[in-house]
Design a protein around this ligand. Structure first.
Ligand SMILES: C[S@@+](CC[C@H](N)C(=O)[O-])C[C@H]1O[C@@H](n2cnc3c(N)ncnc32)[C@H](O)[C@@H]1O
Length: 380
């Protein structure tokens, strides 16, 4: 049996349950939820699979060691025990990030400098390549006098899928968009309406779900640059992803993205083209006040990411838009049990303005601020 390693999936706080469900579907073992992350175990192939296929995870760390000796020398001893030559080489530029909480070892900068020094001694050739260097990140996490040393496997954050080269004012992280879709319970055979689509993130992520496309197929993962990168295993996982792909688009698209702003719609079209999901979606310039519930025998879901006031003076008109949205949803969708409405809401005043009952809510911390996913309750 292939060796199992411990991993840790970093997620936006609030998305732990959704990430755990994804990990279970990807056949991870020992799944345990923590705040802002989920630990799991499995083979290197599993780690490749999670990086390629997860939709809501921000990054995957590989846990190399745990330690309890809260002195720099103790930490140095643990660092020395790790077979770094399996991962790092001349072309690695190493970045050490440290977080410490309620612990005796608590000077992050000193810890980072010390670890870098020890690594440099153990592997003097690190970062000496003449060609481009690839940044490898070592994460030291210390909490309540217990520490872990991990190596990042993902490289750039996984929400940076690569298709969103253009965006509007307040683009949504791709992982949050994917989480909103998953949390809404939308199924690809159902109709999906995204009537304030901005740069199209929600609609494009839904397109990737419908197409069964692994969202990170084009990602330059940190683990691809490791000394012990297992190209054959990685290729197998990629082949499996390609095998799952639905290349034949539906005869008529059932993901409808619209926005009042023609510029936004054109950005959505360009981003969708880069993500190769244009055949899965339909885009229109439309004021949400003119939205009409389409005929859909399988029902559907409306996903709303309305604007919030960003400048003084915008508040009154924004609150009035949220109030109109509440009315439109009540009149057209919430009285039909085949439809669901999920809204992303940054603050309570907007929720109040909608004047709709909320049947479920999920708090997600996003860029240091909290937003809420709200499922609006049906009315009979
Ligand atoms: C917060 S942004 C959406 C961001 C988007 N999810 C993304 O990732 O880029 C809100 C969008 O609502 C649109 N909007 C504002 N008023 C609207 C209206 N009356 N009808 C339709 N769209 C509207 C804006 O043009 C903007 O693109």
């Amino acid at each position: 049996m292939a060796k199992h390693t411990l991993f840790y999936a970093v997620v936006l706080p609030g998305l732990e349950q959704l990430a755990a469900a994804e990990l279970e579907a990807l056949s991870a073992h020992d799944i345990e939820i923590e705040h802002g992350g989920v630990s799991f175990s499995g083979t290197t192939q599993l780690m490749y699979r999670v990086n390629l296929r997860s939709r809501v995870i921000t990054r995957v760390l590989m846990r190399l060691r745990s330690f309890r000796n809260m002195t720099l020398e103790g930490l140095g001893f643990e660092i020395d025990k790790i077979a770094w030559h399996l991962f790092l080489n001349e072309s690695s530029k190493v970045n050490v990030s440290v977080s410490t909480k309620h612990s005796r070892l608590n000077h992050s900068e000193d810890i980072a400098d010390y670890v870098s020094l020890i690594l440099k001694k153990a592997m003097p050739k690190i970062g000496t390549s003449n060609s481009a260097l690839f940044e490898q990140s070592i994460h030291i996490r210390i909490e309540n006098n217990r520490g872990t040393i991990s190596l990042d496997t993902s490289g750039e954050r996984l929400d940076r899928r690569g298709y969103r080269l253009e965006s509007g004012k307040a683009p949504m992280r791709e992982t949050l968009a994917a989480a909103m879709i998953s949390w809404s319970g939308w199924q690809p055979e159902q109709t999906l309406l995204v009537p304030m689509c901005g740069s199209g993130t929600l609609a494009i992520e839904a397109g990737l779900v419908a197409k069964q496309q692994a969202p990170n197929l084009n990602h330059d993962f940190a683990c691809l640059h490791w000394h012990n990168f297992k190209a054959k295993d990685f290729e197998k996982v990629v082949e499996r992803c390609m095998g799952m792909l639905k290349n034949e688009a539906p005869k008529t698209a059932n993901i409808f993205a619209s926005d009042i702003n023609a510029g936004g719609v054109s950005i959505t079209q360009n981003n969708a083209q880069r993500a190769d999901v244009t055949a899965w979606m339909d885009t229109t310039v439309l004021d949400v006040h003119n939205l009409v519930k389409p005929d859909s025998p399988t029902g559907g879901v409306v996903l709303l990411n309305p604007p919030y006031a960003q400048r003084i003076g915008e508040t009154a008109s924004t609150v009035s838009l949220w109030s109109d949205l509440g009315q439109i949803m009540r009149q057209q969708f919430l009285s039909d049990p085949a439809w669901k409405v999920v809204v992303i809401c940054p603050e309570q005043s907007f929720e109040k303005a909608m004047a709709c009952k909320v049947s479920r809510r999920l708090k997600v911390t996003h860029g240091g601020e909290s937003v809420y996913l709200l499922e609006l309750a049906s009315i009979n």
